[in-house]
Design a protein around this ligand. Structure first.
Ligand code: SF4
Length: 282
């Protein structure tokens, strides 16, 4: 098959910097990473192989050096680790920090914070972790909570940001729905979808228009990879999300002469190359 690559695909600077920092720290001594460094199984395995200990709860940190992941954490977590006397290294992506700051400014302005994203995603947990009161919206059904709240507090002003790896189109749709549903409510939206995510989504649109089938390479927990596959399907293209070449199935490509290939922001180049080689040889 012929393969066409998306104009923008694969690892972003935030993930590359996090991996470089983690590898550097493992060379200096025992290291614990608080969570998965990035949402890609190969990167996680690479960190395990380099000797980093991975824990998902801060109480379980057993080394004196800890690394926070690209997804960021709440300030209270950072503070707790420092108060315990740990050497805290921070791989939080600057574009995640930008989302934290945008949300903090909206709260300081007296607005009720609203985050568009997945409630259980580690980035969203970090974003809302310092707030006593906030609303997380994943889809239109979640607007019901706000309807009840606004009926009770008609003066409520909303400050809205999104998880950095959301689909920009979906975020705008949700904000527009909010504006229609609550026409008298003051809603201030700050677009915090990160530029690498936007670039990959736009490139995917172009790719889907030119190809028969789209393959997205990314881990099953990678939000931006999943969103790329959803976006392609929404544009009427069959799309498959695979973590590696071993997951590809020949039957997906019957009658396909040109396949589009892209990858999420946490996917290592070597995995993309393997998938490309498989596609070109079939
Ligand atoms: Fe940063 Fe965006 Fe990459 Fe996340 S996906 S690490 S926010 S650049």
């Amino acid at each position: 098959m012929q393969v066409r690559m998306a104009e923008h695909f694969g690892m972003c600077f935030g993930v590359r910097d996090a991996i470089d920092l983690a590898l550097d720290l493992t060379r200096q001594g025992p290291l614990t990473i608080l969570g998965d460094l990035v949402h890609n199984p190969d990167v996680v395995a690479q960190m395990d192989a380099a000797g980093a200990v991975r824990v998902h709860h801060q109480e379980k940190i057993g080394t004196s050096t800890v690394l926070l992941t690209a997804h960021g954490v709440a300030d209270r977590v950072r503070l707790d680790l420092r108060e315990r006397g740990l050497a805290v290294h921070d791989a939080t992506c600057p574009l995640v920090t930008r989302a934290h700051r945008a949300l903090a400014r909206l709260v300081a302005d007296g607005r009720h914070p609203v985050v568009i994203g997945q409630p259980r995603h580690v980035e969203v947990r970090g974003l809302v972790g310092d707030l006593n009161d906030c609303t997380i919206l994943q889809d239109e059904a979640d607007l019901e909570q706000l309807t009840v709240r606004i009926e009770r507090e008609p003066e409520l002003r909303l400050g809205v940001v999104s998880q950095t790896t959301q689909s920009l189109e979906r975020v705008h749709e949700l904000v527009e729905t909010m504006r229609r549903r609550f026409p008298r409510t003051d809603i201030h939206f700050v677009d915090t979808v990160c530029q690498p995510t936007k670039d990959r989504q736009q490139a995917l649109r172009d790719l889907a228009a030119q190809t028969d089938v789209v393959v997205v390479v990314g881990g099953p927990d990678s939000n931006n990879s999943r969103k790329l596959a959803e976006l392609a399907r929404g544009l009427g293209r069959p799309a498959y999300l695979v973590a590696s070449a071993s997951e590809l199935r020949p039957e997906w490509f019957v009658h396909c002469s040109l396949v589009g290939l892209t990858a999420g922001t946490s996917t290592p180049d070597a995995i993309i190359d393997e998938v490309r080689a498989w596609l070109e040889s079939h």
